[in-house]
Each structure stands twice: as C-alpha cells, then as structure tokens.
Design a protein around this ligand. Structure first.
Ligand code: HEC
Ligand code: HEC
Length: 283
C-alpha cells in the first residue's frame, strides 16, 4: 500500500513536468522577445543623439561613468563578485544582460505595480538610499541601450587638494551609502571612518580593504562589527583619491595615499586572517 502510493505520486509528478517546462519556456521566450524589440528601438534613438553628446548629461548615461558607481554604492553589499547566489551588477556584461529586469525593479516596481517583490529589498539601508534621480539614471541607461562607455584615462600626478576633491565625489557616490555622508557609519552594520582608530592605525591595511573588501569581525573605536564589505572595481587612482579624501576628513590623520602604493598592495595577498569568501547573505 505505501509503495503504491509512492509510485502514484511519482507518476503524477512526471506527468506535470513537461507542462511546467513548456510554460517556463514560453515565459522566457515572450520576455526575450519583448526585450529585444524595445532594445532595438531605443538603441537607434541613442545613435542619432550620440554625435553631439560626450561631456553630457543624464540623457545618455553610460555604465562606467554613471551606472557602476550607483551599483557600487547601493547594490554591492549583495550584488558583488563574491556572491554566489545573486547577480554581480559590478560586472558590465551581467548588468547589461539583465538590464530590463534591473529597470523594472528600480523603476516600475517602485510604485508597487510590478508583480515581483519590490526592489531594492526593503530593509537594506544602502538600497533605501537610492534616490529618485538615481532611479531615473538607471531607467535612462536601459532605455538608451545599456551603453558601456569608456574608462576615463588614468591622469597624471595630482596635488593633494585635487585628490581630495576627486575623492570626495567618489566617497559621496560609493562609500556614503554605507559609511554615511558624515563618515559615522551605522551601529552594528557599518563601522565609522570618522576618527576611526582602525583606519588611522594602518594605511596599508585600509588600502587593502578597499581593494579586496573585508569580512568578519572588526573592532572600531571600541565598537564591534561583523559584516561584509564587497571589493570594488576601482582603479589605483580612484582608490588613492577616495582614501586621501577619507584621511583628510572627519578628523582623521591627514595622510596622502598614492596610486603607486595601491598598485604595490594589489599584488599582495589580503590579511591572512580573512576568509577568501564573504559570509553569504543566505547563510
Ligand atoms: C540586501 C541585499 C540586496 C541589495 C542591497 C540589493 N539586492 Fe537585488 N537582489 C537581492 C536578492 C537576494 C535577490 C534574489 C531574489 C530575488 O530575485 O528577489 C535580488 C535580485 C535582484 C534582481 C533580479 C535579478 C533577476 O533577473 O532575477 C534585480 C534586477 C536586482 N536584485 C537589482 C538590484 C539593484 C539594482 C540593487 C541596488 C539598487 C539591488 N538589487 C540591491 C538582494 C539585494
Ligand atoms: C556596501 C556597504 C559598504 C560600502 C559601499 C563601503 N563599505 Fe567600507 N565597510 C563596510 C563594512 C560592513 C565594513 C566592516 C567589514 C567587517 O566587518 O569586516 C567596512 C569597513 C571599512 C573599513 C575598515 C574599518 C573602519 O571603519 O576603519 C574601511 C577603511 C572602509 N570600510 C572604507 C571604505 C571606503 C573608502 C569605501 C568607499 C570606496 C567603502 N568603505 C565602502 C561596508 C561598506
């Protein structure tokens, strides 16, 4: 009797499978079709406008200039290159191929009209920090064909003041979502950079944290944190600038970080005490 029941269930499952697969196939096909038509129509519009726009505005945002910084600041705690279960939006190809879904999540779903759960996930502070302007930029990027754009050429030596100014912009677009514009962080989540004893004690360690990310326990100004900071796809110049800004703000020690220092540390392994993979958000 139990055996019979078991067989019966097996058969029913087998019977349902082909329908399930067929339905799924249809859904994927329709989605691909819809995306394809809208992609081609909008791409040609961008083409016409392209000639004149190069230093320009939000009309044709590119991934490297406008979008990746948003993802670094607002999505990277979950969507990063170390995570195994969610897409890595810091990678252009991944973001490009899923751009319509990204657009839906940050644009259409925001007013609650989309059938999937609203994105960004409601209880994540860095995704709640996503502004309307950033949503619009992402929407325009997708509508404009998801352009990659060009990397800015690494520029020559800079004065300390220039580094600080460039670093301030990076800090605002990337680091502030977690460490807060004040640099004070958030209790139990993001450690402070303002007057951080941990930061000021060891410059090389700070550089390595921005290169490789950091996970596990850390004590900053007597407060314990156990969280994970992703690695960011930032160049040597950018890391030098952002850390120089941090070191010269929020009552920190006033050090300068140079691109050469970053370059050297890039080739070295991160602190041995750290595990190579971050603790995953599902664990
Ligand atoms: C707190 C963690 C977290 C943050 C922050 C976060 N996401 Fe997600 N995201 C997830 C998880 C988990 C999933 C997979 C579950 C799902 O599909 O809802 C996901 C799924 C997605 C998907 C669906 C991918 C697909 O095609 O199935 C998109 C698009 C997305 N996120 C965009 C974003 C964007 C854009 C941001 C930044 C504004 C962001 N997410 C920030 C956790 C996060
Ligand atoms: C997605 C959130 C997030 C972003 C964005 C982020 N961090 Fe962090 N950061 C963290 C977390 C979480 C930790 C603590 C990690 C741990 O527990 O090991 C941390 C730790 C640090 C530390 C060492 C601890 C301290 O407070 O001195 C430094 C330095 C640091 N981050 C600098 C930066 C800089 C510079 C940027 C911008 C380029 C940045 N972070 C962007 C989340 C973030």
């Amino acid at each position: 009797m139990p055996t019979f029941l078991f067989l019966n269930q097996q058969r029913r499952v087998r019977f349902i499978w082909p329908f399930f697969v067929a339905a799924l196939g249809c859904m994927i096909f329709t989605k691909a079709l819809a995306q394809d038509t809208s992609a081609t129509t909008s791409r040609s519009t961008v083409h016409q406008g392209k000639v004149t726009t190069s230093g320009a505005t939000n009309d044709s945002p590119t991934y490297l200039r406008d979008i990746q910084p948003i993802f670094m600041g607002n999505c990277s705690s979950c969507h990063n290159q170390q995570s195994r279960f969610v897409y890595n939006w810091l990678d252009y190809k991944t973001a490009y191929s899923d751009r319509w879904e990204i657009r839906r999540r940050v644009w259409d779903s925001w007013k609650g009209s989309y059938y999937k759960e609203a994105m960004p996930i409601a209880n994540s502070p860095e995704s709640l920090a996503l502004t309307d302007e950033q949503r619009l930029t992402i929407k325009n990027w997708v509508d404009g064909g998801g352009l990659r754009g060009v990397e800015l050429p690494p520029d020559g030596p800079k004065s300390k003041a220039e580094r600080i100014e460039l670093g301030r912009r990076l800090f605002t677009s990337i680091c502030a979502a977690c460490h807060q514009p004040t640099g004070l962080g958030r209790p139990n989540m993001f450690p402070p950079l303002a007057g951080s004893d941990f930061l000021n004690a060891d410059k090389n360690r700070a550089i390595q944290i921005v290169i490789h990310g950091r996970q596990g326990e850390v004590v900053v100004n007597g407060m314990k944190f156990n969280n994970s900071m992703p690695a960011f796809p930032l160049g040597d110049q950018d890391i030098a600038n952002v850390l120089t800004f941090v070191y010269n703000s929020f009552g920190n020690s006033g050090l300068v970080v140079t691109p050469d220092e970053v370059k050297v540390l890039r080739t070295q392994k991160p602190e041995p005490s750290e595990s190579p993979l971050p603790k995953n958000i599902f664990e």
